[in-house]
Design a protein around this ligand. Structure first.
Ligand code: HSE
Length: 295
């Protein structure tokens, strides 16, 4: 039985649509071992498929198939802390858990690069899967088959304060509202900011982050799917956040905050309560530089 810890992820980071993502200190845990039957259970009150359609199982089975190893079944126990369909990489966490679990059970036939590629092929884009596996901030280009990536560890005390709405937003819906084409000017607007984000985060030029998270590819369209998003962003900035952006496809909203801004979380909680959003959660997270590991 192996126990795997998989971090949540925040993709896009504003302008880096489908290209940038980072891992956060918020974890799912999956226990996995070979079994004669398909035996899947949730260890908390999260409802998960308990048959072969379970994403952890499906991903593990894909790897067994690739390696040509027959699989009778798997015993899987899941502790799901990362909320589903909230823009925090819950499905990537399942995919990575299945792939890393199967790879470990088979004594690592696939390399790290193979796992990065396979996870992106399953998910369709690499900006959650790659940081979930690798940790840190990952810059990734997916050419449809392979992922060309760089993982960088981020040595910072910055807080990533996530505001999690009480409703789901499926990635398919959040992608369906995006325009098919954009202007040359908007392309330049985004690529310059995506590059600025990584460089600024890694060198400590945090005053650039507010400009860096602005984008014209997805957030203006997705804001309409997330009631109160504009108010939450305004609140984050009025409380001194360096930057605030939609995490992944949403609906979670991220604020990047200096470690010295000690009461940010409490003040955000208070502001949400006053907006009538008592059921929305607030968590203070940090960048996870390790990624998925067997514990
Ligand atoms: N880059 C993706 C999107 C992340 O924004 O749709 C969600 O998986």
């Amino acid at each position: 039985m192996y126990r795997i810890q998989i971090p949540a992820t925040s993709a896009n980071l504003g302008a880096g649509f489908d290209a940038l993502g980072l891992a956060l200190s918020y974890y799912n845990y999956v226990e996995i071992e070979e079994s004669d039957t398909v035996d899947i259970k949730s260890l908390d009150d999260t409802a998960i498929p308990e048959d072969e359609s379970n994403l952890v199982y499906e991903s593990a089975k894909t790897l067994y198939d690739i390696c040509g190893k027959p699989l009778k079944g798997l015993k899987i126990r899941q502790e799901n802390n990362i909320p589903m369909a909230r823009g925090l990489g819950s499905s990537s966490a399942c995919i990575i858990a299945g792939l890393v679990g199967a790879n470990t059970l088979m004594k690592e036939p696939l390399s790290l690069d193979d796992l990065v590629n396979l996870s992106a092929q399953i998910e369709g884009h690499p900006d959650n899967t790659a940081p979930a596996l690798l940790g840190g901030i990952v810059t990734a280009v997916f050419d449809g088959k392979n992922v060309h990536w760089v993982k960088q560890e981020v040595f910072t005390t910055l807080k990533f304060v996530v505001v999690i709405p009480d409703f789901e937003l499926k990635t398919e819906k959040a992608r369906a509202c995006l325009p098919k084409e954009i202007s040359h000017k908007d392309a330049v607007y985004n690529l310059s900011r995506a590059a600025l984000f990584s460089a600024s985060l890694l060198t400590g030029k945090y005053e650039n982050l507010r400009t860096a998270v602005d984008d014209r590819l997805h957030q203006p369209y997705r804001m309409e799917l997330i009631p109160h998003a504009a108010e939450v962003f305004d609140t984050a900035y009025s409380l001194g956040a360096y930057a605030s952006y939609i995490s992944g496809a949403g609906p979670s909203l991220m604020a990047i905050v200096d470690n010295d801004n000690r009461f940010f979380c409490g003040k955000m909680r208070f502001a949400l309560d006053r907006m009538g959003l008592k059921s929305w959660q607030v968590h203070e997270l940090h960048i996870d530089n390790i990624g998925t590991r067997i514990i």
